[in-house]
Write a protein that binds this ligand. Structure first.
Ligand code: XMP
Length: 423
């Protein structure tokens, strides 16, 4: 391994992930382990230079201290007392003294070293076997694909399922970048009719999500069955999925409601090269591997896609209007320099029509609702204060270019009380 390692032991502390981030920001690789890890296992971690015990308030105040026996570990051990944190930040001087004076760490955590290590590890794990990956075009699956292509080339088969709920131009972009630029073996599945038929008449948002998720797994399963000799399934699991759900409490993996989740009864071994990276590190990795910016800095997009933005029962005409208006919004935001600055922005169309007038005739058409929000963690959000001139331009383009739409509205609601999506 190219990197030194500082292990953080989760002994009930709140700031495990934040501490790991802070250490990585110092140029030293750090990982969080559950407090149940054995001393022997810990001591065997490659590159281990030091251990930080991170007890929560309760454990730290108990007379037994952190309760973890570190006797026999031949690296320095440090306890990060909960009262020393200022918010999520541990005092910099103390941390640096531990990393660089006590543990003699080198600043050798770089994304290039990470890529080199992962490529070697994946080659070792995979050997001459074959790997399958559901490539949605999202940041995580795209970076996993790029890493695997670098490591094992055509032993990887990517499956891109077009469920008809992707944004304008997305399936084409995924096929172009991966086939033409990265030389991937990519199976493109046009499952648009299949999904839309299944969804026809379904109004309940959770039912829609469930149908999309289940159908996705079915399609992926069928494609996998057509391929011979696949031993591994690659997944874009990232570090927050594992750490932020609380290792100590034993809930190691967050319940994902993503399309592309693991088919439960599949007989594959897992390859998860991003499972120790934070989101910004995943993006840096993608960039270092040559993925285009619009893939790497893509705004979040829900697994069920436009399906939860075409409110109520999905119809093809309304879905098309969502897709077209969303493309206009994205284009105008990009032209105004807002791409990458506003956290998430999109359009949606409710299942209702209103009276209007077009070419001196009465119209009875849908409204388009624009949503643009900023947030740190998606738990709360504030709205973007869009400039009126830009708003006018977007409105006029949507009204002129999108069929079946006669009004444009802006959603002023923060989260709470609204959620970011409407369904
Ligand atoms: P809400 O609507 O809960 O959204 O405020 C918070 C963030 O999560 C995204 N989101 C989803 N992502 N599958 C996903 O992968 C889903 O079913 C889903 N629902 C919401 C949403 O776009 C926002 O970024």
């Amino acid at each position: 391994m190219k990197q030194d390692l500082i292990a953080i032991l989760d002994l009930g502390g709140e700031q495990n992930a934040a501490l790991a981030r802070q250490i990585r920001a110092e140029g030293v690789y750090s990982e969080v382990y559950p407090g149940t890890i054995s001393m022997k296992e810990l001591a065997a971690k490659p590159g281990l230079k030091g251990v930080i015990l991170n007890p929560g308030v309760i454990a730290a105040s108990a007379s037994s201290g952190s309760g973890y026996c570190t006797e026999g570990l031949n690296v320095p051990v440090f306890t990060a007392m909960p009262q020393d944190y200022q918010g999520d930040i541990y005092p910099e001087d103390t941390l640096r003294a531990f990393l660089f004076d006590t543990c003699r760490c080198e600043k050798n955590w770089t994304i290039e070293n990470f890529i080199e290590d992962q490529v070697a590890l994946m080659r070792e794990q995979i050997g001459n076997d074959r790997v399958i990956l559901a490539l949605s075009g999202g940041v995580d699956s795209s970076v996993v694909a790029a890493l695997l292509i670098k490591a094992i080339g055509k032993q990887l088969t990517c499956v891109h399922v077009n469920h008809g709920l992707l944004r304008k131009g997305e399936p084409e972009e995924v096929c172009r970048v991966f086939r033409e630029e990265l030389g991937a073996d990519l199976v493109y599945v046009d499952a648009v009719d299949r999904f839309l038929d299944k969804l026809a008449g379904v109004e309940d948002p959770e039912k829609k999500r469930k149908i999309i998720g289940e159908e996705f797994i079915r399609v992926f399963d069928e494609e996998a069955a057509k391929l011979e000799g696949i031993r591994f399934l690659a997944q874009g699991t990232i570090y927050p999925d594992i750490v932020e759900s609380g290792m100590q409490s034993g809930k190691a993996v967050k319940a994902h409601h993503n399309v592309g989740g693991l088919p439960e009864d599949m007989q594959f071994e897992l390859v998860e090269p991003l499972k120790y990276l934070f989101k910004d590190e995943v993006r840096a990795c993608g960039k270092a591997l040559g993925l285009p910016d619009n893939m790497v800095y893509r705004q979040p997009f829900p697994g069920p896609g436009l399906g939860v933005r075409c409110l109520g029962a999905i119809t093809r005409d309304r879905l098309e209007a969502v897709r077209e208006s969303d493309a206009i919004l994205r284009e105008e935001f990009a032209n105004a320099g807002l791409q990458g600055k506003v956290w998430q922005y999109f359009t949606l169309i409710p299942d209702l029509r209103s009276v209007g007038v077009r070419d001196n005739n009465r119209s009875f058409e849908w409204p388009v609702i624009i949503r643009a929000v900023n947030t740190v963690d998606a738990m709360t959000a504030t709205i973007e204060h869009i400039d009126w001139a830009l708003m006018d331009k977007i409105t006029s383009r949507i009204l002129n270019e999108v069929k079946g739409v006669n009004r444009v509205l802006y959603d002023m609601t923060p989260k709470p009380t609204g959620t970011i999506e409407w369904e």
